[in-house]
Design a protein around this ligand. Structure first.
Ligand SMILES: [Cu+2]
Length: 287
């Protein structure tokens, strides 16, 4: 009995260690899935594309966190029925991924900040597929994935009837993180914290037009931007996020309170003629 115990423990320890190493190797690369589906936000029916962490469609694009300095290994699997050309951060080229196939990519030299890994070909581009890549952002952090579209156009893009926006583009669907209702305290888009906290907000415009956000109650500092590097260091309460731009802002609340953040184009704060829904959310800051 004594001998069996003595021999069993090391073997189990070795097996566990092997399982541990296997898990480590599995975790080396995250997999992003390009999914597309038709969904309803009552009563509006539309198509949406997104990068998700599994094959189940979610209108909200995935948010991935990495440290500064080490290469980022990703597997991108196209779970859609069309080829998607994916634009990688810090790259001018795209990677074509055929339907039902995967590619492995490595992102190097990304500085601290927020980046969009987005589909640049028409179906995924116009339907808002753009993963949020956060590098070196620790502590209290939130992400807003913005998207706009005309619901009637989404099926035309999805069915490849059209491949560019019409000359007159009048979107009526404005989402943050894939949904339109953000005034609830438990919404993932609502920023919560305390006076004096350092809060990072990653904002990615996966939409098809520039969006200008207005913060009530506070000013933020722009600490990084992919499209407007000249704006880094600006302390603002209203600023634009250009189409397909990713930026990081820092909020250090000086006062408690519940304050709205909304698209300064008030059309974008409507949904189905209801207000306030769409690109509007809350800052809920406690003493
Ligand atoms: Cu305002």
């Amino acid at each position: 009995m004594h001998q069996i115990t003595r021999n069993t423990i090391p073997i189990r320890a070795i097996l566990l260690f092997i399982v541990f190493l296997f898990n480590l190797s599995l975790k080396a690369a995250d997999t992003l899935y390009i999914n597309r589906d038709t969904l309803t936000i009552t009563p509006v029916l539309f198509q949406k594309a997104a990068f998700n962490l599994d094959t189940t469609f979610n209108a909200k694009n995935a948010v991935l966190d990495y440290a500064v300095g080490s290469p980022i290994d990703l597997i991108i699997t196209n779970n859609d029925t069309v080829t998607h050309a994916v634009r990688l951060p810090n790259s001018t080229g795209t990677v074509n991924i055929s339907e039902a196939s995967s590619v492995s990519i490595t992102l190097n030299n990304l500085q601290k900040g927020t980046y969009s890994l987005y589909v640049e070909s028409d179906v995924g581009y116009f339907l808002g597929a753009g993963a949020v890549i956060r590098v070196g952002i620790s502590g209290q952090k939130f992400a807003w994935d913005l998207w706009d579209q005309d619901p009637d156009l989404t099926s035309d893009f999805g069915n490849q009837v059209i491949s560019e926006l019409p000359n007159t583009y009048r979107p009526t669907l404005f989402t943050i993180n894939g949904v339109v209702d953000h005034m609830e305290p438990n919404s993932a888009s609502v920023i919560t914290g305390n006076v004096g906290d350092t809060i990072y907000i990653s904002i990615v415009n996966n939409g098809n037009m520039d969006h200008t956000l207005h913060f009530h109650g506070y000013h933020i500092e722009i600490i990084q931007s992919t499209h407007q590097p000249h704006s880094v260091g600006w302390i603002k309460d209203t600023f634009p996020i250009l189409t397909k731009e990713a930026m990081t802002v820092r909020l250090v609340p000086h006062q408690p309170g519940d304050f709205p953040v909304h698209n300064h184009n008030l059309v974008a704060t409507l949904f189905n003629n209801g207000y306030p829904r769409g690109m509007v959310t809350m800052l809920m800051i406690q003493e």
